[in-house]
Write a protein that binds this ligand. Sequence first.
Ligand SMILES: NC(=O)c1ccc[n+]([C@@H]2O[C@H](COP(=O)([O-])OP(=O)(O)OC[C@H]3O[C@@H](n4cnc5c(N)ncnc54)[C@H](OP(=O)(O)O)[C@@H]3O)[C@@H](O)[C@H]2O)c1
Length: 325
Amino acid sequence: MQKVRLGILGVSWWTHVIWPGFSSAENAEITWIAARTGEKAERFAREHGIPNWTDNYADLLSASEVDAVYVGVPNFLHEEMAVAALANGKHVLQEKPMALTVDKAIAQAEIAFSRGLALMVNQELRLVDAIRDLPEITRTRLGALRKVVLGVTKAPETWGGWRADKTRSGGTLFEMAIHQLDLARWLFGRNPLRVWAQGEDSSGHDMTVVFDYGEGDTALIDYCWRSIGFRLRVELYGERGYLLQEGDLNTGRGSRRIVTESGSESADLNLEVFGVSTFRHVLEGFADAILTGSEPPIPTADGIWAVRMAESAREAMRTGQILAF
Ligand SMILES: NC(=O)c1ccc[n+]([C@@H]2O[C@H](COP(=O)([O-])OP(=O)(O)OC[C@H]3O[C@@H](n4cnc5c(N)ncnc54)[C@H](OP(=O)(O)O)[C@@H]3O)[C@@H](O)[C@H]2O)c1
């Protein structure tokens, strides 16, 4: 099978999370890895059998053994590194957020489009096993979707380093909630019309964001940082039934309940977001788009829309106004 040769930019705890999935992708192989601190790149490469490593990002970006670059450096470098990779003729799989402003995200997409290169943002929630089937359940059992509630519950925590600086991370909206903003839009299958928000988008603080999808349909994104654990709650309300699922994001242990007019059922659920399956689907989907010329499973436009939603939610939170898109 033809394989896409991927270079990984950045080495951290997160690289260890994605590695089991990335390394099991059947249509891709990791040929290079780079970190600002060279020993980290070398250690990771030796541990995992990656043939090339460097402490110079430019080496990886111009390497002939690299077809595509995974951008896994901090948020304030995403757009700059993605543009540099595209300029070198490399396809880009980029960590979220795509950029810290919607103008920059659009400019980046235009470069990819003009060069015929794939650009996909790692908004991986929709590729999680216990989430991938939600559109089918909605279509076959819940009926037209009227309300989506996505809740994240976390134990108190205060970010340090670049995450604590909103100008470099984008705050909770860009660093974390962007996953739920993207998921809500993906579930509705259309763009929101207006947004309202309250709270504070920094670690340790609660926030609530409401998107109006027209016809009375709404998505509510809710963050509570003053509870326990790290959990995700999904509530889907349709015209013919509803679904409630909830689980621990670290262990995956969770449950799902579906209620329709003909009865209800409950089952245990593996809601493991950070598992092998998720990141194998991410890389295989991205590589397949390159190899076949098809649209990636997370289209570039969805990366732009997620940034647009985060940017507008932040402005709505700041002003207390309801803002139109
Ligand atoms: N999709 C998801 O669900 C998810 C979840 C968590 C994190 N992430 C993403 O993963 C990425 C990495 O996050 P992290 O906390 O793991 O990052 P990190 O440890 O701070 O840095 C990752 C890499 O970037 C390098 N780096 C840091 N600052 C740099 C600078 N100013 N110039 C050049 N290189 C720099 C680091 O250098 P050193 O080698 O010197 O350490 C390291 O190699 C972020 O984009 C984050 O959003 C995604």
